[in-house]
Write a protein that binds this ligand. Structure first.
Ligand code: KG4
Ligand code: ZN
Length: 341
């Protein structure tokens, strides 16, 4: 089965072609540079960019895959959650194309798609769906922090989520307080490599709480007070590196501890992770170490599939079509506030 998939829920315009669990092409046009000067995603600008980029990106994806529209068996798009105008661009393009080609259309949940990105390829390389195991999955991005129990393919239950800021948002806001450009996560990752994670002590919110929920706004606030109380600190490059490493250590410890604890409690043998923050090298290392110590296997989404992409949308849509060839019969409008169940 060959599918074309669209992803436009936030600030990445992406189109992919997938076939039999493999990604034939995945083209992503990121708008990060456009939104950088505003310190966050500006919805109106995001929509305009999606409209401008969608067709060139779709042409590139088809060309790279060597597939023409006539060879497609189905079309998929992210239906929600996300920015309403942005979602509409990809969803309506996909539905229009399915209508014109008289092929089935599948709308998918953005976070459900993230749950399957570690099985496309990654660590170990090309894990593939034939190696699928029940797992606890961590989704960490600029907009979301979710812990999900994936009991079987297409069967999941949300265990916990953030009560305030997402983990990526915490990286970005802490970085902004330090004068770093948006999004600050990758820069904090880079600076922290030569910093001392034990230099400054920041809170580990909800670390010992019995729930699987997260909270990061208090950590951001403590960075704000710390900088107020240490006014000269940002003049020292080494102290900036130490600060980055210390903030990162607090975020990573909470994410890793709670993920592994949930996996042990539920008796699953596998942990997966995806979302932009999963690009973080310390998070990848610490998760790998904690899983090895507790006998859990770990599947991390490949770096290019951690951030938003249409490949994961197409891969999930194909699994859904295999199980339900008649389609899901769901609502065909955008679902901006769609919560994962
Ligand atoms: O998944 P994503 O591209 O977009 C959504 O938010 O949906 O994630 C972007 C987030 C940003 O907050 C960014 O700072 C963070 O992922 N991020 C990182 C790293 N790379 C991206 N955070 C920490 N370390 C990184 N290496
Ligand atoms: Zn995402």
């Amino acid at each position: 089965m060959t599918l074309l998939a669209f992803e436009t829920s936030c600030d990445e315009t992406s189109v992919a072609v997938v076939r039999s669990g493999k990604v034939l092409s995945s083209v992503v046009s990121s708008q990060i540079k456009l939104h950088e000067e505003y310190g966050g995603v500006v919805p109106e600008l995001a929509v305009r960019e999606h409209l401008r980029n969608l067709l060139p990106v779709a042409h590139a994806a088809l060309r790279e895959a060597g597939v023409s529209p006539g060879h497609l068996d189905a079309i998929a798009a992210t239906q929600g959650p996300g920015l309403p105008g942005a979602l509409m661009v990809g969803l309506k393009a996909g539905q229009g194309m399915a209508f014109a080609l008289r092929k089935p259309f599948i709308g998918v949940h953005h976070h459900e798609a993230h749950l399957y990105s570690p099985w496309i390829s990654g660590t170990p390389p090309r894990a593939g769906f034939d190696r699928f195991q029940p797992n606890v999955s961590l989704i960490v991005s600029g907009g979301h922090t979710l812990l999900v129990h994936v009991a079987a393919e297409l069967q999941h239950r949300v265990l916990g989520s953030t009560m305030d800021d997402a983990a990526g948002e915490c990286f970005d806001k802490a970085g902004k307080l330090m004068g770093l450009a948006y999004p600050a996560g990758p820069e904090i990752d880079r600076l922290a490599e030569q910093g001392n994670p034990g230099a400054f002590d920041f809170p580990r919110p909800l670390l010992n709480d019995a729930s699987d929920d997260f909270s990061f706004s208090g950590l951001k606030t403590s960075v704000r007070y710390f900088l107020r109380d240490h006014p000269g600190l940002l003049e020292s490059p080494q102290q900036i590196r130490d600060l980055c490493a210390s903030i990162q250590a607090a975020i990573v410890e909470v994410l890793v501890t709670k993920t592994v604890r949930a996996a042990k409690r539920l008796g699953v043998r596998c942990v997966t992770a995806s979302g932009g923050v999963t690009c973080n090298r310390t998070l990848r290392r610490e998760l790998a170490g904690a899983c090895a110590r507790t006998g859990l296997s770990l599947h991390l989404a490949e770096q290019s599939l951690c951030t938003d992409n249409a490949a994961m949308v197409g891969i999930l849509a194909e699994r859904k079509l295999i199980r339900h060839p008649e389609g899901d019969g769901g609502d065909d409008d955008i679902q901006p506030g769609w919560e994962l169940e």
